[in-house]
Design a binder for this molecule. Structure first.
Ligand code: UTP
Length: 291
């Protein structure tokens, strides 16, 4: 079955990036001139997704506004010269990227609970999940790489990369066996492992493709690490029973849920940016010389 639906959980409290996330959704933090969540929606669209459900929460209304039309701003830009017209096109395009829907997660009970809010939107089909604070930039969209693995193996798919032993305890750890280049069978996993529970340094980083059976599993999943309903705990059931596929995706991932990740994304995207790249490169070289 062709995968056309995606879910973007964006209802977290963003406590690692306070104070900016007190009243501003962290998903709206800019990487140069676009909010993080726009990069994620564009990745989904470039992967063949046509319908996207964004899971929000109180105080996340800015996300809805960003994907809506902006009649007053558009009318103002339409009266301007070529530069203003280009800006007009870029903002109208945002509202046409995909069919975007919103639902609120009424209580912040974890990523698994957030994904379970998508049940009636998804119905009985496989779907992609793109975490709202993980931006992945690359020529071949990461979500599309996972969708291809789903089409080939017919099992849920995890987007993975290796993380260092120092940080594995903050991520998940997967039990994997290689299939071929960048593809693995996954038969078990653990969220935020203690050192004696680490299977490997392959960790789920922000993307997965799930079969609709995940919803019944989520209904039965008790709170896990941090007292939250963990998506990893539900996916573990899939991995242990029918198995899952892991894809070591290509592309650079930026963790927009922590301050260093935000800075790294800004610097690297700015260096390649057609408008400011050259000036920024000079600035970085000058400032690096003073360090
Ligand atoms: P994170 O754990 O990285 O987000 O969840 P968080 O809870 O905002 O982070 P901190 O620790 O407080 O800084 C990964 C993704 O799942 C979403 C988040 O918005 C993020 O995109 N999420 C998390 C939800 O939608 N609902 C939740 O209850 C928890």
């Amino acid at each position: 079955m062709k995968i056309t639906k995606a879910v973007i959980p964006a209802a977290g409290l963003g406590t690692r990036v306070l104070p900016v996330s007190k009243s501003m959704p962290k998903e709206m933090l800019p990487i140069v001139d676009k909010p993080a969540i726009q990069y994620i929606v564009e990745e989904a669209v470039h992967s063949g997704i046509t319908d996207i459900l964004i899971i929000t929460n109180r105080g996340k209304g800015l996300i809805e506004d960003h994907f809506d039309r902006a009649p007053e701003l558009e009318a103002h830009l339409a009266k301007g010269g070529d530069e203003k017209k280009a800006a007009l096109n870029s903002i109208v395009e945002i509202s046409r990227l995909a069919n975007i829907y919103f639902v609120r997660q009424k209580e912040t009970r974890g990523l698994g609970h957030a994904v379970n809010c998508a049940r009636s939107f998804i119905g009985d089909e496989p779907f992609a999940v793109l975490y709202g604070d993980d931006v992945i930039i690359g020529k071949d969209p990461a979500c599309g790489q996972l969708i291809r693995a789903y089409e080939e193996f017919g099992k849920g798919v995890l987007g993975v990369n290796q993380v260092s032993p120092e940080v594995i305890g903050r991520y998940s750890s997967l039990k994997v066996e290689p299939i071929r280049d960048r593809l693995f069978r996954c038969t078990d996993m653990v969220e935020k492992p203690s050192p004696d529970k680490v299977f490997s340094y392959y960790s789920i980083l922000g993307r997965c493709v799930l079969p609709p059976e995940i919803f019944d599993i989520l209904d039965r999943t008790p709170p896990g690490s941090g007292g939250e309903i963990q998506l990893t705990d539900a996916m573990r059931v899939l991995a242990q029973t029918v198995g899952m596929t892991a894809v070591e995706f290509t592309g650079k991932r930026y963790d927009m849920g922590n301050k260093l990740g935000i800075l790294q994304a800004t610097v690297e995207v700015a260096l390649e940016h057609p408008e400011v790249g050259e000036g920024f490169r000079k600035y970085i070289k000058d400032i690096a010389g003073t360090l």
